[in-house]
Design a protein. Structure first.
Length: 203
């Protein structure tokens, strides 16, 4: 076994649902239908919000951002999942895994911050209705959305880079259907306590 930190040439093995091969066809169909509905639904929201001038409000501005995030996030995960479900090959290249790790974490982090921003928007609309248009000015909304996107990128640059630099000692088998930080951390052959702290949901 190759005892180094690199997996170049071998990539990673996404075990995912491989322990239940009889369900893979069913899962493939369910995931494919869900993905297509996600694409159609979010694209419709974006188009309607952009084309209807009556919907050019802060709420729909943030909803458009959220729909785009959802489109990009699912697209960063689902195609690889479908590929793995359709046959015996469960691998992903090292580059593909790193790319999926950076993109999915960035978009997931951005979505969390954006949902907080949307909650603030609703708070102002309900609790300060007379000041709503003053507070939620278009330039302020764009700034809040920008902060959400920048925080997502900043988070993934830190967390993903640290995760990818952990020594793995040849371990390549991810007990997951995608490359994400908690699963990648478990491959490390060093003390990972400091890396697990931000991800308190790890067992």
């Amino acid at each position: 076994m190759e005892e180094n930190n690199e997996t170049s040439g071998g990539g990673f093995i996404l075990l995912g649902f491989s322990d239940q091969p009889q369900l893979e066809i069913i899962l493939f169909v369910v995931v494919l239908i869900s993905y297509l509905l996600t694409l159609v639904g979010n694209t419709t929201i974006i188009l309607v919000s952009c084309l209807d001038s009556k919907l050019r409000t802060p709420m729909y501005f943030f909803l458009t951002n959220l729909s785009f995030l959802d489109l990009a996030f699912t697209t960063s995960i689902v195609p690889q999942l479908l590929w793995n479900l359709r046959g015996p090959a469960k691998t992903i290249t090292s580059t593909g895994c790193a790319l999926q790790l950076y993109v999915s974490l960035s978009l997931g982090s951005t979505e969390c911050v954006l949902l907080t921003v949307m909650a603030f928007d609703r708070y102002v609309a309900v609790c300060r209705p007379l000041n709503y248009t003053t507070v939620m000015h278009p330039s302020f909304c764009k700034a809040l959305a920008g902060i959400a996107w920048l925080s997502g990128v900043g988070n993934t640059l830190i967390q993903s880079t640290i995760t990818l630099r952990l020594p793995r000692c040849g371990h390549r088998r991810l007990h997951h259907f995608l490359c994400e930080v908690p699963a990648m951390i478990k491959l490390a052959c060093v003390d990972i306590h400091a890396n697990q702290v931000p991800f308190f949901w790890l067992p």
